[in-house]
Design a protein around this ligand. Structure first.
Ligand SMILES: [Zn+2]
Length: 245
């Protein structure tokens, strides 16, 4: 693959992923390749490649006749995402606290600072833009990156992205989606102090609370992706204009 086609492939993959995570493409929505070709101003070949790559992440699902649809939502799926992330992150965080050096600690401090600058509130509730989601992921990645395992990190990246979509949907529907600033500061303190057991407990509580809030506030309409979720089609809050790759 040439450099420019690689660049086009990455751009399309990023644009598609952004549109799925930010609910511009709705859960269960059938993906019409010709319509997507118009939408992203790209030929069919790189688009198909991007869809194959995105289906490996679980955010889109291959259907019969070589088609694709956006993955659906369910409470069971969300529970599984939380469960899997806790498992992966327990291993990664433990190894990172064993192997991380001073530079690792400094990067965590920087990522926490950058995250705190993006936190905004509307009517007393936090607003999670895709920019915030990027910084949030970067903060959590900075905690576990020193685990030293590329395979573990690939699995972690994938499961982390799955959770973003649920939070974005809950936010778009005006449902409670938590406020985690204090938890992030506590995680930073415990992880950089290498307090392994309290740090793991803090991480598990942080992930657990986020999942529980979303499960508690997910209503049947959201689960079925009907009614209120469908009404989001074409809605633009002005927050999610960035690519998330
Ligand atoms: Zn967090």
């Amino acid at each position: 693959m040439s450099g420019s086609s690689l660049t086009i492939g990455l751009r399309i993959f990023g644009a598609l992923k952004s549109d799925v995570l930010s609910v511009r493409l709705l859960p269960n929505e059938r993906l019409n390749i010709e319509a997507l070709s118009d939408r992203y101003k790209v030929s069919l070949s790189p688009l198909r490649e991007a869809l194959v790559k995105l289906s490996a992440t679980g955010l889109v699902v291959a259907t019969d006749r070589k088609g694709y649809r956006v993955a659906g939502l369910s409470r069971a799926d969300l529970r599984d995402i939380g469960h899997t992330r806790r498992h992966l992150e327990r291993a990664a965080l433990t190894d990172a606290m064993k192997h991380g050096d001073d530079e690792w600690e400094a990067n965590i401090a920087g990522a926490l600072h950058v995250l705190s600058k993006a936190t905004q509130f509307e009517a007393g509730r936090p607003v999670y833009s895709l920019d915030w989601e990027k910084r949030h992921k970067a903060f959590h990645r900075s905690l576990v990156i020193a685990c030293g395992s590329p395979r573990l990190m690939t699995m972690w990246e994938n499961i982390f992205d799955q959770g973003i979509r649920y939070r974005q949907i809950a936010q778009a529907l005006g449902l409670d989606h938590g406020d985690s600033a204090a938890e992030h500061a506590e995680l930073f303190d415990l992880v950089t102090a290498r307090k392994v057991k309290p740090a793991i407990e803090c991480m598990e509580a942080h992930v657990g609370v986020a999942v529980r809030i979303l499960i508690d506030t997910m209503d049947e309409e959201m689960v079925k992706c009907a009614g209120r979720v469908a009404a989001l089609s074409g809605a633009d809050t002005g927050r999610n204009t960035e690519a998330f790759a």
